[in-house]
Write a protein that binds this ligand. Structure first.
Ligand code: F6P
Length: 359
């Protein structure tokens, strides 16, 4: 038996821990061969880009950020973009992938990815490719799993940034706005915001009013607070307004969000007399060593993905349903995003301790 493994979409801390666990479980427990596919699904187009993985050549990667296999969030084989005669054309090369997988002799392919890569995995599965999935994204926005690996490390990084921003904000009597990632979900902003003592948290699930944010900050100043911290999720938007989009594809698909921190900073400047600075945390949230929680989760996911293959549970994705790792059909995972409940316990707890969500 030979299996393949690839990482697709944006990287997340813990990818290497999954790759290591897949390799060790497949080789040491089952005696299978493992082939790493380089650069996500792109590695399954022609020319094929693979490398054999063994417990030996995956030593020392448990604590490494990134992915030794490389990844891309633009290589969808069902819609490959190229420029012909100065014009962009889109072609479906999924059959090349299906045929190359057959040629490689893969009995199964493990796709480590977020909603985009798992959607591709699901479509390949419908074309007859034996797929199992591992949920990955710092955004934690995949339904059907309690948590994705990479998220906790991103929350740690954002919380650490808030700890640092508190001290400089206090020294200079400023408002500091921190913009964090998360696409359409506010999990990173919400959890880091609570853990890092933010005064205002803006998330996509709760459209904000600039007046309410300004009111909160002025109230704090009046009560004697020297500084305030505002954390904004990149996908948050004002009530009746739009998200801050940086890049859109020709078909309207939003490729990149970003810029809301500056917008909110300007809005606070205009509606108060407070001095404001803005920090964008960006890809620091995706880089670096995974925290122990993510190493453990990634190891459990990687090993469980191999067990799914051994049990012939193809078309399934491993899912953390505390305290156990179980599995769910991949199609269930990709059908809807997991968003913050605006009336849920976390938001209510934050509001109870005085955090403002701009509402
Ligand atoms: O999905 C993970 C993520 O980091 C999002 O939080 C963010 O919006 C996006 O990827 C950034 O993508 P890129 O690496 O292409 O800038």
């Amino acid at each position: 038996m030979k299996i393949g493994v690839l990482s697709g979409g944006g990287d997340a801390p813990g990818l290497n821990a999954v790759i290591r666990a897949v390799t060790r479980t497949a080789v040491l427990k089952y005696g299978w061969e493992v082939l790493g596919i380089n650069d996500g699904f792109e590695g399954l187009l022609t020319p094929i880009k693979t490398r054999p993985l063994t417990p030996w050549n995956t030593r020392g990667i448990l604590f490494l950020g990134g992915t030794i296999l490389g990844t891309t969030n633009r290589g969808n084989p069902f819609a490959i973009k190229s420029i012909v005669g100065g014009k962009e054309i889109v072609t479906d090369e999924s059959w090349t992938v299906v045929n190359n997988i057959k040629e490689l002799g893969l009995g199964a392919l493990i796709v480590i990815g977020g909603d985009g890569s798992l959607k591709i995995g699901h479509k390949l599965h419908e074309l007859g490719v034996p797929i199992t999935g591992v949920p990955k994204t710092i955004d934690n926005d995949l339904s059907a799993t309690h948590v994705t690996f990479g998220f906790q490390t991103a929350v740690d990084t954002a919380t650490d940034a808030l700890d640092k921003l508190h001290t400089t904000a206090e020294s200079h009597q400023r408002v500091i706005v921190l913009e964090v990632m998360g696409r359409y979900a506010g999990w990173i902003a919400l959890q880091a915001g609570i853990a890092g003592g933010a005064d205002v948290i803006l998330i996509p699930e709760i459209p904000y009013s600039t007046e309410k944010v300004a009111e909160k900050l002025l109230e704090r100043k009046k009560a004697g607070s020297k500084s305030s911290i505002v954390i904004v999720a990149e996908g948050a938007k004002p009530a009746g307004g739009d998200m801050a989009v940086r890049e859109t594809a020709a078909d309207g698909y939003v490729l990149r969000l970003g810029g809301l921190g500056e917008i909110v900073g300007d809005q606070i400047c205009k509606s108060t007399d407070l001095e404001v600075r803005v920090t964008v945390l960006g890809h620091l949230q995706r880089g670096g060593s995974p925290c122990p929680y993510d190493r453990l989760l990634a190891t459990r996911y990687g090993s469980a993905a191999v067990e799914l293959i051994a049990q012939d549970k193809l078309g399934e994705m491993v899912s953390f349903q505390p305290p156990e790792i179980k599995s769910v059909p991949i199609e269930r995972v990709i059908s809807d995003l997991k968003l913050v409940d605006p009336e849920g316990d976390l938001v209510k707890t934050a509001e109870a301790i005085g955090v403002n969500f701009g509402r």
